[in-house]
Design a protein around this ligand. Structure first.
Ligand code: MN
Ligand code: MN
Length: 466
């Protein structure tokens, strides 16, 4: 059985909606190239949509009632928003989850050095990247530098046309005879990912010799008020410089940095923000950090931050206590969304075509992910999938089902199994992407829009699974 291409179902008015949503998405990812920037944008969007900070609600002692809208900014790296439903919390929530961290290159803690009249920042890559893809192109620097006095400088350098960019060099082909015989994994190694940040020696006051680092440090001091030591408490992320771009003569696709997983995070959040009226069940979108390195840390889905937030919410919504929390989580339904590996005609051997996701065929469901014998996977219940098929078909949402590539070729995991540990029904879903984890990844606009429609339908129609 083959799923149909989703574009065919759209007339001119429908195409306009796809376009408008794609534009809004591009604005979100152009402004959100790090998890922190995504959280900042999400908070702004939530406030504009009338959501209140849950912290303020709790502090005011106000009880949450059906129709109330709240959000949580967790450590500036994860974001959760809710709309309270008319049914009791214990009947469970309709939850959308996705991650907002993306593979990138981080700056080390003691990064600054000079070699051969060039100044560098030493780096440590984050997530699963093909290192050779990140050299010889314009790079931007995003993040925060936290000073000892408690103040924070936010930086985003390399995105404005007037900004400088940064650069990691590669070896010229003329001298690359040895390099070209290495495996792709070794052609560029982790310690070779050194970021060029300056090339003009400057004489610092009282110094004999001019140095490039001295010049760079003087600029950092003047422009940002930071010292070399402040790198110790900085989080600086190196990402491709530049904006999302439309792809193809028909402009049907988008190439951008960080589709994984903002292409699911944005529509998940937006579906909750756009919900009109009072839902039957409480709605939730959770955008989390650290998925690319195993969902670890206090801002990753393995942390109890989400459980703690739901505990606070239950308490404020008149369902206090541990048992109410457990029932709320266990009776929930979740779409855990992450990008799916799109079938790539350039590399057909990596896929099994009957069970692959195709660009343009709508939102994608993975019953299971994992590797080898489904190891590490959260295998969604057939009863739950049947309900999803029913509500999506009723609404005419285009969807497809897929596995992550051929059996035994590799594999991967998402945040689904961490939510499944609460006993809730959860399935992996999301948008198909080509060149996943590359500096520029490719998606189809229609898949983005079908994901949004899928999320809106799920929020409205998903019910406790019998
Ligand atoms: Mn992902
Ligand atoms: Mn990923």
């Amino acid at each position: 059985m083959e799923r149909k291409n989703a574009w065919a179902a759209y007339d001119a008015a429908g195409m306009e909606k796809i376009e408008a949503f794609a534009k809004a998405y591009c604005a979100y990812i152009d402004g959100g190239k790090t998890e922190r920037e995504c959280v900042a944008e999400s908070v702004t969007a939530a406030k504009a949509a009338g959501f209140e900070d849950l912290k303020d609600v709790i502090a005011s002692g106000k009880a949450l009632a059906a129709g109330d809208k709240v959000y949580v900014n967790w450590m500036n790296k994860s974001f959760v928003c809710f709309v309270i439903g008319s049914e009791p919390m214990e009947s469970g929530m309709n939850i959308l989850g996705a991650h907002i961290d993306s593979p990138r290159i981080d700056v080390k803690q003691n990064p600054l050095y000079e070699d051969s009249d060039l100044a560098y920042l030493d780096t440590h890559y984050y997530g699963g990247i093909k290192k050779y893809q990140w050299v010889a192109q314009p790079l931007a620097l995003h993040g925060v530098i936290c000073r000892k006095d408690g103040t924070t400088v936010t930086v985003a350098i390399g995105e404005d046309a007037a900004d400088p960019v940064f650069y990691i060099s590669d070896l010229l082909p003329h001298l690359a005879q040895e390099q070209m015989t290495k495996t792709a994994a070794k052609a560029i190694e982790g310690e070779e990912l050194n970021l060029i940040i300056g090339g003009m020696p400057v004489k610092a006051e009282g110094e004999e010799k001019a140095s490039v680092t001295a010049g760079v440090l003087a600029i950092l001091k003047e422009k940002y008020g930071v010292e070399e030591e402040d790198f110790l408490s900085a989080e600086l992320e190196i990402v491709p410089a530049g904006k999302a771009r439309e792809v193809g003569f028909d402009r049907s696709m988008i190439a951008a940095y960080g589709h994984d997983d903002r292409v699911c995070a944005y529509p998940s959040m937006q579906a909750v923000l756009d919900f009109e009226g009072t839902p039957k069940y409480t709605l939730c979108a959770v955008l989390t950090d650290k998925e690319e390195i195993g969902s670890v840390g206090a801002t990753g889905m393995n942390s109890r931050f989400f459980e703690n937030i739901v505990a606070e919410l239950c308490d404020a919504a008149g369902a206090p206590g541990d048992l109410a929390l457990r029932r709320t989580l266990q009776n929930s339904r979740m779409l855990s969304s992450d990008v799916s590996a799109g079938f790539d005609p350039n590399f057909p051997g990596a896929f099994e075509k009957k069970n692959a996701a195709f660009l343009g065929r709508g939102v994608c469901f993975n019953k299971y992910t994992g590797s080898r014998g489904k190891s590490g996977s959260s295998d969604a219940n057939a009863e739950y999938i049947a309900q999803l098929r029913r509500i999506l078909d009723q609404e005419g949402v285009a969807f497809q089902t897929a596995e992550l590539g051929r059996v035994d070729l590799g594999g991967g995991g998402t945040i689904a199994y961490m939510c499944a540990k609460f006993g809730m029904n959860v399935i992996d879903s999301g948008v198909a992407v080509l060149s996943m984890h590359a500096p520029y990844e490719l998606i189809s606009k229609v898949d983005l829009y079908e994901a949004y429609r899928c999320y809106c339908t799920f929020l409205r129609d998903a019910e406790p699974v019998k």
